[in-house]
Design a protein around this ligand. Structure first.
Ligand code: CUA
Length: 269
């Protein structure tokens, strides 16, 4: 068959274009590490996140020397943690952080402003992303998927703290009597947990009837310390008194517990 020379050129050009298009699409899909959400991912029950192993413990958890996991629930119209009324997401600088994000209602996104961290968050699915945070700074968090009336208000914050200021203190238990007889001493024992892998120091503040007692504590990595505060009721009238205990950490975060102590005979109802 005799094909005209120009026609042959055009056929070759068309073939080259077809191959180039297929190569471009293939590279875009698999070559630059953009992951698509697929059925092989872990699934969760969006109505039972409170019982889920990971999402019942939202927030930052240390899993290796410089490795952290942050579990986040997106909801109409905020992030827990990350957006109000929850505190911001907090991680230390120089860390590798894996975010696990799910939604309890509709489709949202988890997009860290000014970075390439941007994922759709689908109820029933867990979006996973690993990010390295080198420097102490702050990032905004935005929802890029239209999710309802207040979609434009759905925002949050990630604070990257200097490594030496980053603490993960919790108060898992306070052992306190509910009642003491007038003139007796009441002992309030606070358990302070350090959830970082490194040893950390802090100050516990115990307040009772307007008086504050402070105690410096050092807790080994991944362990707890008990601190006992004593209240002398000699000069107190029979009444109900409230107490609170607060831990100060390098991030000015407040972790507190409070309760009541009845001095004297409990009032009859
Ligand atoms: Cu959530 Cu838009």
């Amino acid at each position: 068959m005799n094909v005209h020379q120009y026609e042959r050129y055009w056929l070759i050009a068309a073939l080259v274009l077809i191959v180039a298009i297929i190569a471009t699409v293939t590279y875009g899909a698999v070559g630059i590490g953009i992951a698509m959400i697929d059925d092989s991912e872990e699934t969760v029950d969006p109505d039972a996140l409170g019982e889920h192993e990971r999402f019942s413990e939202t927030g930052t958890h240390q899993v290796g020397e410089n490795e952290y996991e942050v579990n986040v629930i997106a909801w109409q119209f905020s992030y827990e943690p990350g957006g109000s009324p929850d505190p911001p997401i907090e991680v230390p600088a120089g860390s590798e952080v894996t975010f696990y994000v799910t939604s309890e209602d509709v489709i949202h996104s988890f997009s860290v402003v000014g970075t390439n961290v941007n994922t759709m968050v689908i109820p029933g699915e867990v979006a996973t992303m690993t990010v390295e945070f080198d420097e102490a700074t702050e990032y905004g968090l935005l929802c890029n998927e239209y999710c309802g009336e207040l979609h434009h208000d759905m925002e949050g914050e990630i604070i990257v703290h200097p490594e030496e200021e980053f603490d993960l203190f919790e108060i898992p238990a306070v052992d306190a009597p509910e009642q003491v007889d007038a003139g007796e001493e009441a002992e309030i024992t606070v358990t302070l947990a350090n959830e970082r892998h490194q040893e950390r120091s802090t100050t516990l503040a115990f307040e009772f009837d307007g008086d504050e007692q402070r105690e410096d504590v050092t807790v080994d990595g991944e362990s707890t310390e008990e601190v006992t505060f004593t209240v002398d009721t000699t000069d107190l009238e029979d009444d109900d008194y409230s107490w609170s205990v607060t831990v100060e950490d390098g991030m000015e975060r407040t972790v507190d517990e409070s309760g009541q102590l009845t001095v004297g005979e409990p009032e009859e109802d």
